[in-house]
Design a protein. Structure first.
Length: 192
């Protein structure tokens, strides 16, 4: 059997296998409604464009600008003489197999050291917070989760999709229920 035919058969079997789920073929309806929902597109961080007015997005902006600057410096590869037989890391060997002309970028080592140093300094550089090491109460329900956890509230916690990861981190024993397709509000809130 040729590779093309075998891959076609495997693709067809995988497509049929997707129907074997608790929702059956209706799962495609859910997926289609998710990707065409304007509510999700306007409220989920994964679908929104980056907001570079938010200081938390600045490292991403700097990464983009730095990448553009590096590419604009020239079209030649940065060469670091390092023969393939000296590369002990299997990841580098895989790069060498895929592209025999590849070399380890000379900027990778200082970049890795800088990122490690930044992490060890809790996101601080020269007295400035480059990457915050705590959750902002303006963006996350830090006070509400703290009070709910202290009160040992029973039952399930209904939360918005964007806060699910934070709540799992800050309140690991909570039983979460997240419905990103139909639920955009949070029911936990501090008492007035």
């Amino acid at each position: 059997m040729s590779r093309t035919r075998w891959n076609s058969v495997a693709l067809a079997l995988a497509g049929v296998a997707t129907i074997v789920n608790p929702y059956g073929p209706y799962i495609y309806k859910e997926v289609f409604s998710a990707v065409t929902s304007s509510s999700l597109a306007n409220n989920m961080a994964e679908f929104l464009p980056p907001n570079f007015q938010d200081a938390g997005q600045w490292p991403f902006l700097l990464a983009i600008l730095g990448t553009v600057a590096l590419f604009s410096m020239g079209t030649r590869r940065i060469q670091l003489p390092w023969p393939a037989w000296k590369r002990k890391c299997s990841l580098f060997n895989e790069f060498a197999r895929l592209d025999p002309g590849s070399r380890v970028g000379i900027l990778a080592v200082p970049t890795a050291i800088l990122l490690l140093w930044l992490g060890l300094n809790r996101g601080q550089m020269a007295g400035l917070t480059v990457i915050p090491d705590r959750f902002s109460p303006k963006a996350f329900p830090t006070e509400a989760v703290s009070r709910a956890r202290a009160a040992s509230l029973p039952g399930r916690v209904f939360d918005a999709w964007g806060w699910g990861g934070y709540i799992m981190y800050a309140w690991p024993e909570a039983r979460l229920h997240v419905d990103p397709l139909k639920f955009n509000a949070v029911t936990i809130a501090p008492k007035a």
